[in-house]
Design a protein around this ligand. Structure first.
Ligand code: HAM
Length: 429
């Protein structure tokens, strides 16, 4: 026997059931994008490695150790995209979409990072994100936060039996100048504790000191708790932007908490940063994240264009939805299982199934024959709400049998003519 070939670590198959929840999440987000007037942009999965090195940042975990990069046949260094913002900005510049104009764009698709896989963290994962270009005020920050909040509400993840499943965390990173000043003060402070910091933090002290604030190491966290606060270095315009953002969110009744330790793992952010987190997914708690990146378009050669955006991790939102559905029972569209008693009724059953589907009813028609008992077993396995049973005798009487499967109600005879309406009425009871 030949040896089995297995899937790559961190690259998952999505099975029916899971994929239904994915579709619900994606449909909800796509609808929100449309309601706020965002246009879809389709971006390639491969880009030149330089694009990510320059935008996400040479010293970030993503670029340092998580990209799937390789030389192609023409010796061009390319990478599977680890995120969508860099490609979206590149495309915006390439197609002249960003110069002196406003753009509201969204995208979706697989992203790739060579991380250690665990629940909610994969090497191929799926993001749906948006980017808004050419608007520098807090009003657009409020808009995109309201958009994702609406999607969460539509999914039933905002008010879940009174307890919110997610929390919106906010911070500001100021301008790059104010951050430089802060960085210098932070390095000066942390250098005093160099011997006690964890290994990663010592390395980051030179390359990316703000990430030390994010460390999970207990000793480092203790040191960090005494570090200078960014608030004392924040420039007045960024402070005013941040205050208006908070006022705007309050005006829309959007709850948030301030988290001064929120720094994000990508270098391009300025001013506003935010994350939606949940306590229900273990260590991989962020389901959606983003912020403002006013310097990135210029850094990639496109002139001074302010921008803000976010990306939702669809794998994680779908896991959260699964968790939420386990704790409430939300009705899904019913499935009707159509049992066929004999070969004579086969064609009539196929035609009946089509008529029911024309009315938007989901019909799983028995295939592959079998006794009624076996067919009803299949119906059960498919979690059908009811079975409709059709044989030669029923056809002769102009009826079909309706057998409810989930509530022990009596079997009924329904007239074949006007069957969709009769079924819908029966299902409604
Ligand atoms: P990010 O925080 O790197 O930001 O990723 C956004 C979201 O993608 C995360 O909050 C998480 O839900 C999901 N995600 C990230 N890595 C993984 C993984 N290995 N497995 C599963 N899910 C994952 C960005 O990518 C920015 N481009 C967001 C943005 C857009 N900022 C401005 N515009």
């Amino acid at each position: 026997m030949s040896e089995r070939i297995r899937a790559l670590r961190g690259f998952n198959d999505l099975l029916p059931g899971q994929s239904t929840r994915w579709r619900e999440v994606l449909d909800t987000l796509r609808r929100a994008m449309s309601l706020y007037g965002y246009g879809e942009i389709k971006l390639p999965v491969l880009e030149s490695t330089d694009l990510f090195a320059r935008s996400v940042g040479e010293a970030t975990d993503i670029v340092e150790k998580e990209m799937f990069s390789f030389l192609d046949r023409e010796k061009t260094m390319m990478s599977l995209r680890p995120e969508g913002t860099a490609g979206c900005v590149r495309a915006g510049i390439d197609h002249g979409l960003l110069h002196n104009q406003q753009q509201r764009l969204w995208y979706e698709g697989p992203m790739f990072r060579h991380e250690r896989p665990q629940k909610g963290r994969y090497r191929q994962f799926y993001q749906l994100g948006l980017e808004a270009f050419g608007m520098d005020g807090p009003d657009i920050d409020v808009e995109i936060i309201a958009l994702f909040t609406r999607a969460l509400r539509d999914l039933g993840l905002l008010d879940h039996g009174g307890a919110p499943l997610v929390q919106l965390e906010l911070n500001t990173l100021g301008t790059s100048e104010s951050r430089d000043q802060y960085r210098a003060a932070l390095v000066e402070y942390l250098e005093r504790y160099q011997n006690d910091l964890d290994e990663d933090s010592v390395r980051r002290l030179q390359s990316n000191p703000l990430r030390v604030l994010d460390s999970k190491d207990p000793t480092t966290r203790q040191i960090v708790s005494g570090a200078p606060l960014f608030d004392d270095f924040l420039d007045p315009r960024s402070a005013a932007h941040f205050a208006s953002l908070q006022a705007g969110l309050r005006a829309l009744n959007i709850a948030f908490v301030l988290n001064p330790r929120l720094v994000r793992g990508l270098d391009y952010y300025t001013r506003t940063v935010f994350e939606w987190t949940t306590p229900h997914l273990g260590a991989q708690s962020t389901i959606c994240a983003g912020g403002r990146y006013d310097g990135l378009v210029a850094l990639l050669g496109g002139g001074q264009v302010p921008a803000v955006g976010f990306a939702a991790g669809i794998d994680r939102v779908a896991l959260l939805l699964e968790h939420a559905r386990e704790t409430t029972s939300r009705a899904t569209d019913p499935t009707i299982y159509l049992c066929v008693l004999d070969a004579m009724a086969e064609n009539a059953a196929a035609a009946l199934a089509e008529t029911l589907r024309d009315q938007g009813l989901r019909v799983l028609k028995n295939a592959g024959g079998g006794k009624l008992k076996a067919q009803l077993k299949r119906a059960d396995r498919a979690q059908s709400h009811c079975a409709v049973i059709l044989g030669e005798a029923e056809l002769a009487d102009g009826v079909a049998l309706l057998k409810p499967l989930q509530n022990g109600a009596e079997q009924q005879r329904l007239p074949l003519e006007n069957m969709p309406a009769a079924l819908q009425a029966a299902l409604a009871n």
